[in-house]
Design a protein around this ligand. Structure first.
Ligand SMILES: C[S@@+](CC[C@H](N)C(=O)[O-])C[C@H]1O[C@@H](n2cnc3c(N)ncnc32)[C@H](O)[C@@H]1O
Length: 219
């Protein structure tokens, strides 16, 4: 059997990697990470613990991935890992939140793998800590979305919206219509982290590594 770990590497600050993630990355036979023109935030986060000789970058072209892309990636991982070996696949934040890893698990058609997932600190949890605002307090509800339905927002107290760069203006308008106060947080946990609340300033930003945290004004 071969074992593949989905490792959540947290929001970017290496100090927010878990001890378990570090142990597994250090002891892995192969380290896999999505290739983003030779760069990858999860990889940068874990850089100190990465043996370059064991590193394999896999291509998942943004907006162009299909089930075939994930199947081919799993076949490559299968070819590169020998029986009895362990691989780690590095994910930004946590592997259960908008991540490539679960697409790989779902596209896997071979029985040679055992999968295990190691949680990481999700970006929106790190951002809420950073601005020191509750994601949820007693009796409230919370929505995590990348493109929330306008009417759904009416029934929600608090929301985190990831992947904001696609339609930032539309998202802010929806939040305003539904009477939310919002924070825009980019590059959470990095030294150049940016926190904005002014609409015009937010709209000047075009950072993929950004999210919105919003709570109903009435709360
Ligand atoms: C493909 S999703 C991955 C989410 C990740 N699995 C998590 O648990 O946060 C990528 C989105 O996560 C958010 N994100 C990840 N890291 C971030 C960071 N350090 N600062 C701000 N947003 C971040 C952004 O909204 C980005 O567009």
């Amino acid at each position: 059997m071969k074992k593949l770990y989905g490792i959540g590497t947290g929001p970017g600050d290496p100090d927010l990697l878990t001890l378990k993630a570090v142990k597994l990355i250090k002891s892995a036979d192969k380290i896999f990470a999505p290739n983003n023109r030779g760069k990858n935030m999860a990889l940068t986060t874990a850089q100190e613990y990465i043996n370059e000789e064991k590193l394999v970058l896999l291509d998942f072209p943004m907006g162009q991935t299909t089930k075939k892309t994930y199947k081919e990636a799993m076949e490559k991982i299968n070819d590169l890992l020998e029986d009895g070996q362990n691989g780690v696949f590095l994910n930004i934040g946590d592997s259960m939140i908008y991540s490539t890893f679960m697409n790989l698990v779902q596209a896997n058609e071979k029985d040679h793998f055992v999968f295990e997932c190691v949680p990481g600190i999700p970006s929106f949890v790190a951002a809420a800590n950073s601005i020191q605002k509750n994601l949820v307090a007693k009796g409230e509800n919370f929505l995590l979305a990348d493109d929330p339905d306008r009417l759904v927002l009416d029934g929600v107290d608090s929301v985190a919206i990831l992947k904001t760069s696609k339609n930032l203006k539309g998202l802010l308008e929806k939040l305003e219509e539904a009477d939310f106060a919002y924070y825009y947080v980019a590059r959470v946990s990095f030294p150049d982290q940016l926190i904005l609340v002014d609409k015009e300033e937010i709209l000047e930003e075009k950072n993929y590594m950004s999210l919105l945290l919003a709570r109903k004004k009435s709360l």
